[in-house]
Design a binder for this molecule. Structure first.
Ligand SMILES: [Zn+2]
Length: 279
């Protein structure tokens, strides 16, 4: 075989560098679940969450998180995933939010009280939505090498509960659940994909980095729950800034105009002592 010419090598280098400089597009990893099973598992788990946690019924707060959430869900990558995203508020003082496979997202009042801007809230929600789009929960469950898992997923009886059968394998909600606690690689992917969702929605992605920096500064016993569920990847802010710099130039000026009212309403929500379970 002829040796590749200098020109060809230069071209390969150029194309490789060019690709490295565009926004990163991640694909969901190995997964034994179908996308429909992500949705089923998420909806069954969401029903458990609603029994175990205190869902806030305030119409204004629900409307508010839906405005921000649907704005993010209109982004290209969220649309391509075809997952049905939903947004609910939980009365819980810990600074956290979580999204279940297939789309149901729960946002703690503690997080709503902690954010300094709507873009920071959009940052957490975009990050969570990205875990759903990239199917990180069921990817981790699939990688757990439970030998019964393929049989359970392959022989789905009509009307049967997926969540019940998976619970017998130890796959469920709760502390350290593979469905909700992610690797640093998954965290980086969620940060960078979240950056795309935020930018398309008109929110400055650097606000996500700013919030994570603020939360990780509160270390030790007072470390926010979000940071223990979502371990801090190295160079988080730099990676987010770098990714944002590869996106088309935009002015980040979108706001619902309801942030201050949200802060007032959420300040009046009574939070029960946090229960154990889904975190
Ligand atoms: Zn995360």
């Amino acid at each position: 075989m002829r040796k590749p010419s200098r020109a060809l090598l230069a071209l390969i280098l150029f194309v490789t560098l060019g690709a490295a400089q565009g926004p990163k597009k991640f694909q969901p990893g190995f997964n034994l679940f179908s996308k429909q099973q992500d949705v089923q598992l998420g909806q069954e788990s969401a029903a458990q969450v609603r029994k175990q946690m205190t869902i806030v019924k305030d119409p204004f707060l629900n409307q508010y998180v839906n405005l921000v959430g649907k704005r993010l869900a209109n982004s290209r990558e969220a649309q391509e995933s075809e997952f049905p995203f939903t947004f609910e508020v939980v009365a819980d003082p810990s600074i956290n939010a979580f999204a279940l496979p297939g789309g149901p997202m729960f946002i703690n009042t503690g997080l709503l009280k902690a954010v300094d801007s709507e873009a920071q809230l959009a940052g957490v929600m975009g990050h969570e939505m990205s875990h759903v789009i990239l199917r990180h929960g069921t990817n981790q469950a699939s990688k757990s090498e439970l030998i019964q898992l393929p049989a359970i997923l392959g022989s789905r009886m009509a009307g049967g509960s997926l969540v019940g059968q998976l619970a017998q394998l130890g796959i469920g909600l709760g502390a350290n659940s593979v469905l909700l606690k992610f690797s640093r690689t998954a965290e980086t992917q969620a940060d960078l994909t979240g950056t795309h969702l935020m930018a398309e929605a008109g929110y400055n992605p650097m606000e996500m980095a700013r919030l994570f920096k603020k939360l990780s500064a509160q270390g030790g016993q007072r470390a926010p729950q979000f940071m223990s569920d979502h371990p801090n990847p190295d160079n988080r802010e730099r990676a987010i800034a770098e990714e944002a710099s590869h996106l088309p130039k935009r002015t980040y000026s979108y706001q619902t105009g309801q942030f201050q009212q949200m802060k007032q309403v959420v300040a009046g929500i009574h939070e029960p002592r946090p229960k154990t379970a889904p975190r």
